[in-house]
Design a protein around this ligand. Structure first.
Ligand SMILES: Nc1ncnc2c1ncn2[C@@H]1O[C@H](COP(=O)(O)OP(=O)(O)O)[C@@H](O)[C@H]1O
Ligand SMILES: [Mg+2]
Length: 248
């Protein structure tokens, strides 16, 4: 990035917190998601990563703090309103319709995200089948797909709603190494082609993050303990103690 480039904050979180009863799953988290950027979110199990994505998407209500989408305060807006503003989320546990066909899922997925919107054209559906590698399986029941393929289907359903900001929660879980590499390619392509303005990706696998982004947030016990490039955070002592150091 050049020194003169303006970094536009597409998503801005200011002191976001979430309590479940008395338990603070997310505490005072602030960050920005920028245009043309993929932000990695790493941290050990139970760190609060999924809860944080749910706060952005609107699946969980925000206990404290503010959330801005393109400068508009959406803190109290329900998920469907945020979706209409362009948010899309790929959940870790897929929300596909298992007894329906793959192509049918894609049609319904696009509609579900944008109730009342024009359905995707047949051409768009076929192009998405290609893009997510399911062109041969358009007519099979979604339940018969492998876990990895179901993740791809979920991603296709989300992308057909043409989101501008995409949150992905461990998108490579259940995927083979080859599938994970294709997932990294897709993430990069979406940003490079400006099909998506900004992305946040939760991943356990730091090598996956390295392939798609050089900007990461590290979460531990509900807070962001470090932010920066992968190299920066890997050399951060608090991070080494809390998370990455254990993998060395
Ligand atoms: N709906 C909920 N009710 C109560 N506790 C929850 C709920 N969702 C998450 N938690 C707790 O919040 C903490 C963070 O969970 P989560 O966000 O799923 O972490 P991560 O995705 O980093 O593994 C965990 O201790 C989890 O048990
Ligand atoms: Mg999680």
């Amino acid at each position: 990035m050049t020194a003169t480039a303006v970094r536009t904050a597409v998503v801005e979180a200011r002191g976001l917190s979430k309590s479940f009863g008395g338990f603070r799953a997310v505490h005072d988290v602030s960050f920005e998601l920028h245009e043309h950027e993929i932000t990695g979110l790493v941290g050990s199990n139970g760190a609060g990563k999924t809860t944080l994505l749910n706060l952005i998407y609107g699946r969980n209500s925000i206990t404290d703090g503010r959330l801005l989408l393109d400068g508009t305060d959406v803190t109290r807006q329900p998920a469907f309103r945020r979706v209409r503003r362009g948010l899309g989320m790929v959940f870790q546990h897929t929300t596909i319709f298992p007894t329906m066909g793959v192509r049918e899922n894609l049609r319904l997925g696009a509609l579900r995200k944008h109730p009342g919107a024009d359905p995707s054209s047949p051409d768009e559906i076929e192009a998405m089948l290609e893009r997510v590698g399911l062109a041969e399986q358009g007519d099979v029941e979604a339940a018969t797909l492998s876990h990895g393929e179901q993740q791809w289907l979920e991603i296709g359903m989300v992308l057909l709603a043409k989101p501008t900001v995409v949150l992905l929660d461990e998108p490579t879980s259940g995927m083979t190494k080859a599938e994970a590499a294709r997932m990294a390619d897709l993430c990069r392509t979406l940003i490079e082609q400006q099909a998506v303005r900004s992305m946040m990706v939760v991943e356990h696998n730091i090598d996956f993050i390295r392939h798609i982004s050089n900007h990461v947030l590290v979460m531990h016990r509900g807070t962001i303990i470090a932010a920066g490039t992968i190299d920066e955070v890997q050399h951060d002592q608090a991070v080494r103690d809390a998370f990455l150091g254990r993998q060395a």
